[in-house]
Design a protein around this ligand. Structure first.
Ligand code: 5AD
Ligand code: SF4
Length: 439
């Protein structure tokens, strides 16, 4: 083919954006575009954006500003903004930055090829609708290209929880689950392409309730069905809300071998007063009891969490409740953030300021979380784990992959074993990874 066009995609934010970027690339692939790593060679540049915390939109505007010379050098270059900033800002993006040709919200990606054709004929195109149909239905799968051993698969999108600080219910819309049959078909297709591990994605993944022939399935039912797919070795899911951690999902952690012993279960705060103000609809105590029940089902489970410090009105006492909760839970992995006011969210209306420097609280929380994380990682030394090797390592002869606990592990191993789950003895804990020896 002579008229292959080049597409450059830059992805910001969460794993769902990584997944969406891949699917957009596939959809554009069917329209004659192939991916390039070089923005200056591209016929189309797509920024897949994130709006979860402050300055995300400003960052996109400065990034767009930096693309100006490319547009000057190649007036045919088309520039698109996708993702949550596209959804939140809409046509404002084109007003502020006229070099943008396409604005496409996360629910309209199946329309991207058609939008690109309109843009090619000189139009400015915007689509931030929330259609009723499954956007992934319309994304062609493309030829059976080999894939990396670990892949993401979106099973639900959007969120009905309306935590007071969060833009997701507005940018991604109401919670929608994909039908179970489509997910199983996509999983089988991924396995045929060499995928051994699938992470099921959703903003509120454990609220999954997709339709199947025998009624709506829970996430646990979906996981049990996926576990029967030959060649699929590992299943993970993220991100979960404590209130949707149902009994059958907890039981699955104890019963389904392919379900990995790692759970991302954000709590956000350890103070009941702040949890209430955040509209989290759970307490510190109910979260702790839940963690107990999950650990009873799967004692070696590694728990991960998200935390926000400096939510409006957070006092030193509230913050200490968070530290106390962290001490009680003992996290193996965690993400913590300074509260960032998001326009349009209920919390943004609050004028109460927290009484202390957010940076200071964040530093204290991170010191504690880092200690726990390091202890969990160091505790792996001497243990035998199973590693799914994903790629070659930094040194000759090395492969790197992930253990069942999502620790990065490197070991000397034949490159032919990339994509295989290999027993490895952990011999050393280094900065952000573990050194192992193949058993
Ligand atoms: N400010 C700070 N952190 C936030 N998060 C979501 N919204 C905000 C906000 N406005 C964090 C939460 C969530 C994670 C994905 O991002 O901890 O779990
Ligand atoms: Fe946002 Fe998660 Fe709360 Fe939904 S459950 S509103 S995605 S923080």
């Amino acid at each position: 083919m002579t008229n292959v066009k080049k597409l450059f995609v830059k992805t910001y934010g969460c794993q769902m954006n990584v997944y969406d970027s891949e699917r957009m690339a596939t959809a554009m692939g069917a329209s004659g575009y192939e991916l390039t790593d070089a923005a200056d060679q591209a016929d189309m540049i797509l920024l897949n954006t994130c709006h979860i915390r402050e300055k995300a939109a400003e960052k996109i505007y400065s990034e767009l500003g930096r693309l100006k010379p490319l547009k000057t050098a190649n007036p045919d270059l088309k520039i698109g903004v996708a993702g949550c900033v596209a959804q939140a800002e809409g046509e404002e993006i084109m007003r502020r930055q006229p070099l943008v040709d396409i604005v496409v919200g996360p629910q309209a990606y199946h329309r991207l090829p058609a939008m690109a054709r309109q843009a090619d004929s000189g139009a400015k195109v915007i689509d931030t609708e929330f259609p009723a149909e499954d956007k992934f239905d319309y994304l062609p799968r493309g030829p059976k290209m080999k894939r990396a051993p670990a892949a993401f698969l979106t099973v639900q999108e959007g969120c009905d929880k309306f935590c007071a600080f969060c833009v997701v219910p507005y940018t991604r819309g109401a919670e929608v689950s994909r039908p179970a049959g489509r997910i199983l078909a996509e999983a089988r297709d991924l396995v045929e392409r060499g995928v051994a591990e699938i992470t099921l994605l959703g903003q509120n993944v454990n609220a999954y309730h997709g339709s199947a022939d025998d009624g709506d399935w829970t996430l646990a039912q979906l996981i049990r069905a996926l576990a029967k797919v030959d060649g699929l070795e590992r299943i993970r899911f993220t991100t979960s809300h404590p209130n949707d951690m149902s009994d059958d999902l907890i039981a699955a952690h104890g019963e389904v071998d392919k379900l990995m012993p790692y759970l991302h279960l954000p709590v956000q705060s350890g103070s009941d007063r702040i949890l209430k103000a955040m509209n989290r609809k759970h307490t510190a105590e109910s979260y702790l009891r839940l963690v107990e029940r999950i650990r009873a089902a799967r004692p070696d489970l590694l728990l991960s969490g998200d935390f926000i410090v400096g939510f409006p009105g957070e006092t030193e006492a509230d913050f200490n409740d968070t530290l106390a909760l962290v001490n009680e839970v003992n996290y193996g992995q965690a993400y913590s953030f300074k509260y960032s006011s998001r326009p349009g969210t209920p919390a943004a209306e609050k004028t109460e300021a927290s009484d202390v420097d957010k940076s200071d609280r964040l530093a204290r929380l991170q010191t504690l979380l880092t200690t726990q994380q390091k202890a969990a990682q160091d505790g792996m030394v001497g243990r035998d784990v199973k590693v799914l090797f994903e790629k070659t390592g930094r040194l000759d002869g090395q492969l790197v992959g992930k253990s069942e606990y999502l620790h990065a592990v490197f070991a000397n191993c034949d490159a032919a074993r990339i994509g295989e789950v290999v027993p490895v003895r952990i011999v050393k804990s280094v900065r952000n990874s573990l050194a192992g020896e193949v058993i």
